[in-house]
Design a protein around this ligand. Sequence first.
Ligand code: ATP
Ligand code: MG
Length: 402
Amino acid sequence: MEYSEIMVRYGELSTKGKNRKSFIMQLAQNVRSALSDFPNIKIKADRDRMHLLLNGEDSHAVIEKLQKVFGIQNFSPSIKVEKSIPALIIAVQAVMKEIYTGTESFKITAKRSDHDFEQTSEELNLTLGNAVIDIFPDIKVQMKRPDINLRVEIRLDAAYISYETIQGAGGLPVGTSGKGMLMLSGGIDSPVAGYFAMKRGVEIEAVHFASPPYTSEQALQKAKDLTAKLAPYVGSIQFIEVPFTKVQETIKEVVPQGYWMTLTRRMMLRITDEICQLRHGLIILNGESLGQVASQTLQSMVAINEVTNRPVVRPVATMDKLEIIEVAQEIDTFELAIQPFEDCCTIFAPPQPKTRPKLEKVHEYEERFDVEGLVQEALAGLKISVITPHSSEVRDEFADLL
Ligand code: ATP
Ligand code: MG
């Protein structure tokens, strides 16, 4: 049986009082862009529900895309039926023949917004319930938690039957919480951090530090491919590549190796902070997880974070590695992330990084090179590409950026 419509129930936004309207508009826009491959779909959003009129588009493909849109609690594909008792009886029986396997309990839940319809909701429950019993005399009727809840809605234009409720992605529509810069390496943690941020409505742009020729073209591509895995949640993501070779070479040359890592991270954060400002972002996001490596002790975080007042949100900070991996598997970034292309941090990783860097030392070593000059040089060489789920074409946008 072909679905003609999908009825979408909003997630948390139902509770958001005044902001409700903008939430719903953002969600409608996100649904539209997630379903851009299906030009015939019509979206009708009202206060309580969103209706997607499929107009012949493939419901299975649509459902798959819809499951990635944040801000949707769940949704029910439904079948459009002519608004008459005989037509409803035929349709309800046909649906039950298709889904009933001989063991499930059922009930009919009728609802009508067309109050001129010839039967009330209760009468409809009885009529259609009996129609099912006519064809399956042994079927069990159960009011509380039936296995099959056949919903029948009598609306002004037609009647709609649905029996399935598909879990949505939850969260808030991306874009309702402002924009953040995601520091995206090629590792397991940062894509997961980006996923969680989007889930709470944050629009992300990916900032990736590359140090060619020490880091390879494949390492860069891997970061883009990881971004492409996050793109289906939003349609497309801006990917900002930062040339980082000179910074790393300079630090390596003038700073004792115990402090390479701390100073490198401070430079990354300074540059990301500037990019955030240029791109009208509000926060910075990264994939740091407490205690995972030397740069992620609390003392390190304090030393690194000193360079900015901007909130640095760390969505996976308190998660165990195994928990992070589980999410990475769910969002299909894990296999890519474990491919062995060295990123800039691994290559310049000192044998013994300080786990408790001292701020006086940090400041002393930063006197040895032109911090601001290097930041500006990196910013002058930014490359931006637009990553979609299908492609990762590079488009230079220097002019827009600076
Ligand atoms: P990940 O799995 O995300 O690579 P990690 O466990 O390897 O994290 P680190 O290498 O210490 O940890 O990096 C910590 C965070 O710093 C990363 O999650 C990411 O947000 C940021 N980061 C590290 N390297 C880069 C890079 N080359 N480009 C952009 N951000 C980076
Ligand atoms: Mg890493």
